[in-house]
Ligand binder design. Structure first.
Ligand SMILES: Nc1ncnc2c1ncn2[C@@H]1O[C@H](COP(=O)(O)OP(=O)(O)OP(=O)(O)O)[C@@H](O)[C@H]1O
Length: 660
């Protein structure tokens, strides 16, 4: 039987390498595939909202539809609050993680909203490492709906403004220790910005509504829409900064989405055009008090933000920006009348006018269009204020010698009855004449209301009385709000809010143009007053000083109540604090509803606040020093000399306790 020929040996050796190579290639391909799959899965896990806690988020892009679903189509029930440039909603992701999303206003004030959007994104990476700053977790920019959305970690107890000054005051904040902790947390947050960021960041809008409280009432600083990097290197506007572009180009799936940057630019341009052609309008109603919409002429900017039925009205002339907000100012009618009852019209228009007069010229310019109806709020409040002032300021800010009350009673008898609307005109003339007559007397008498005002804030003018401008009682009172109104005027001539897209380059700050800060909280020099409009860390220090007073007293910086009369002297928180300091009675300022009060800490807080509120920025402490003072690492400070009780005393700690 013929045997089957065996295959040639060399053939077997020839096929083996082929098989080996094939299997190796296959294994390699499988490995590569697996690696890719693993990488994709890992990267998805890293950014997917469902699988991570907020702390682990990178600032990432969210899809608009995802956020819409999570906020129940941005429903009212999901709304957390409303700010000047957008509405904040609570977003509940399918995983159970909750976030806060801020939808930038797409219509009114869109340009400013976009600037804030870019500003926040640009700064987010620098701020991520601080436990005292609200984390920006992501963003969404939807081309079709023209929506810009910022996504933050959720702060369940919302803002300090609402917790402390809202209608439903937080019980937790009635504990002094909590308030002191909040003060320290905020100080640490600002200290981080000023001393741990390189280059430093200036927040530019430190105020209670920008301090948010987590579930343990730990305070974090939020809202960096007006913040500035203290360097010109970072171009923030229009996605010009590298950081911004990188962020915007990233998508959920790693796709590049360069067109979105374009859409933002397009929107910017369209808004600018809109403004040039007509009016820019913005409003920020809070706590359901309705809205008042203003118009501003080209070059002028106007924002109205009523809250808690407080009334705040402003005027702005071309090229000026001005933001009073009810977090700063409250005018309350007897019996807590609503704005409507007090004559506030929703949707009314405010005529542009003089800024300096904002407080008392609230209406009458607008006639029937006025935000506040003639003869209602203004007449009511101003007549009352006027009557108080006319009694002579010495009645409610008594001199050390106690001579005030007698002089007041004499003047009372001399008073003529005047028409309500004209009281303020007469007041000017009367005050000027009176001042001329009494100038010499006053100088001899020592601390009068006028000299007290001029002495406050350690202005250089106070050391040179001849340089003082003649002022009337209303002037000092209004100026005492924070000395800001003048400076805001000047500042906004340099860079207006709505139409002035020129970049503010002075002072080595970043280039996002916008208004700066909020009236009553903004430092005098930050708007371009004494300091030439240079924005510095000391602007934040000043704002922190106001915030500290608000925290200790539980009052707004400007809070006018119709009764009792004694309340009037407290209407201007800053002035009141200075008076109390002069009289050695700082504890008077402390919120009466606080329990477990540590008097030393309270005095420390007010003293630090007064140091921060010095007019001269160089005299204000740095945030580093403030943190050290608050944490006890630094010895307790002395009151600024001009606020020290007379005869000069040091800081009334321990040894002086009994004297108080
Ligand atoms: N991360 C957050 N978590 C919970 N609530 C928030 C958060 N951010 C904002 N809010 C709520 O939304 C409100 C509006 O915030 P937003 O920052 O838009 O405006 P604002 O700071 O009050 O005013 P403006 O922007 O005009 O200065 C806040 O007062 C707060 O109650």
């Amino acid at each position: 039987m013929p045997s089957r020929p065996s295959p040639p040996v060399h053939n077997r050796f020839q096929t083996l390498p082929v098989i080996l190579t094939g299997s190796l290639a296959l294994t390699g391909a499988l490995l590569v595939l697996l690696t890719i799959l693993l990488y994709r899965k890992l990267s998805r896990n890293r950014t997917a909202p469902s699988d991570a806690s907020p702390q682990h988020y990178q600032c990432r892009r969210f899809s608009y539809s995802q956020l819409r679903r999570a906020t129940n189509s941005f429903s009212d029930s999901s709304q957390l609050g409303h700010g000047g440039f957008g509405t904040v909603y609570k977003a509940d992701l399918p995983s159970g993680v909750s976030l806060a999303v801020k939808v930038m206003d797409s219509s009114a004030g869109a340009l400013q909203g976009e600037r804030e959007f870019h500003n926040e994104l640009s700064l987010s990476s620098r701020l991520a490492s601080s436990p005292h700053v609200v984390s920006l977790l992501g963003f969404s920019s939807d081309r079709r709906s023209r929506r810009l959305v910022l996504v933050y970690e959720l702060m369940p107890n919302r803002s300090l403004q609402e917790a402390l000054l809202g209608p439903l005051k937080c019980e937790e904040l009635m504990d002094w220790r909590k308030r002191f902790e909040i003060a320290t947390d905020v100080a640490k947050g600002i200290e981080f910005l000023h001393h741990r960021c390189d280059p430093p960041i200036i927040h530019g809008d430190v105020k209670p509504s920008n301090v948010l409280l987590d579930s343990y009432f730990k305070a974090k600083i939020g809202d960096f829409g007006l913040a500035r990097v203290k360097s010109e290197a970072l171009a923030l506007v229009s996605g010009g900064g590298d950081e911004t572009r990188i962020l915007i180009e990233e998508d959920d799936d790693g796709k590049r989405k360069e067109d979105d940057n374009g859409s933002i630019l397009e929107e910017c341009e369209s808004v600018i055009t809109l403004f040039e052609e007509g009016n820019a309008v913005s409003f920020s109603p809070e706590n359901g008090c309705g809205s008042s919409v203003f118009t501003a002429s080209p070059g002028g900017g106007l924002i109205q933000s009523p809250e808690n039925c407080a009334v705040s009205v402003l005027t702005a002339s071309p090229g000026q920006a001005f933001i009073p907000s009810p977090e700063n100012c409250a005018v309350t009618s007897p019996g807590g009348a609503s704005p409507e009852q007090m004559g506030v019209e929703s949707g009314g228009k405010q005529k542009v006018g003089s800024r300096r007069d904002w407080w008392w010229k609230q209406d009458n310019n607008g006639g029937s269009r006025g935000v506040v109806e003639s003869g209602s709020v203004k007449d009511y409040v101003m007549e009352w204020i006027g009557s108080e002032i006319k009694k002579d300021n010495k009645e409610w800010i008594k001199n050390g010698d106690g001579s005030a009350s007698s002089s007041v009673s004499k003047k009372k008898k001399k008073k003529k009855k005047r028409k309500p609307r004209e009281w303020w005109k007469e007041e000017f003339c009367e005050e000027l004449t009176r001042k001329k007559r009494k100038k010499k007397k006053k100088n001899k008498r020592g601390l009068s209301i006028e000299s007290w005002f001029h002495r406050d804030n350690d202005d250089e003018r106070s050391h040179n009385p001849t340089k003082r401008k003649k002022r009337n009682s209303i002037d000092w009172w209004v100026d005492g709000l924070s000395g800001d109104l003048k400076s805001v005027k000047k500042q906004s001539q340099d860079s207006g809010l709505w139409c002035d897209v020129n970049v503010q380059k002075s002072g080595g700050v970043s280039s996002t143009p916008s208004m700066r800060g909020t009236v009553c909280y903004i430092a005098p020099e930050c708007g371009g007053g004494g300091g030439g409009g240079v924005l510095s860390e000391k602007c934040d220090v000043y704002s922190f000083g106001v915030l500290l007073l608000v925290l200790v007293s539980g009052r707004r910086p400007l809070q006018v109540t119709a009764s009792p009369m004694s309340e009037f002297e407290r209407a201007n928180l800053i002035s009141w604090a200075k008076q109390l300091a002069c009289h050695g009675n700082l504890l008077e300022l402390v919120d009466k509803s606080i329990h477990s009060l540590d008097k030393e800490q309270a005095v420390l807080c007010v003293t630090i606040a007064l140091l921060c509120l010095q007019r001269s920025p160089v005299k204000r402490p740095t945030m580093k020093e403030i943190v050290e003072m608050l944490t006890g690492a630094f010895e307790p400070p002395h009151l600024p000399f001009e606020f020290s009780p007379s005869p000069p005393m040091g800081f009334p700690f321990k040894s002086r306790k009994k004297a108080r």
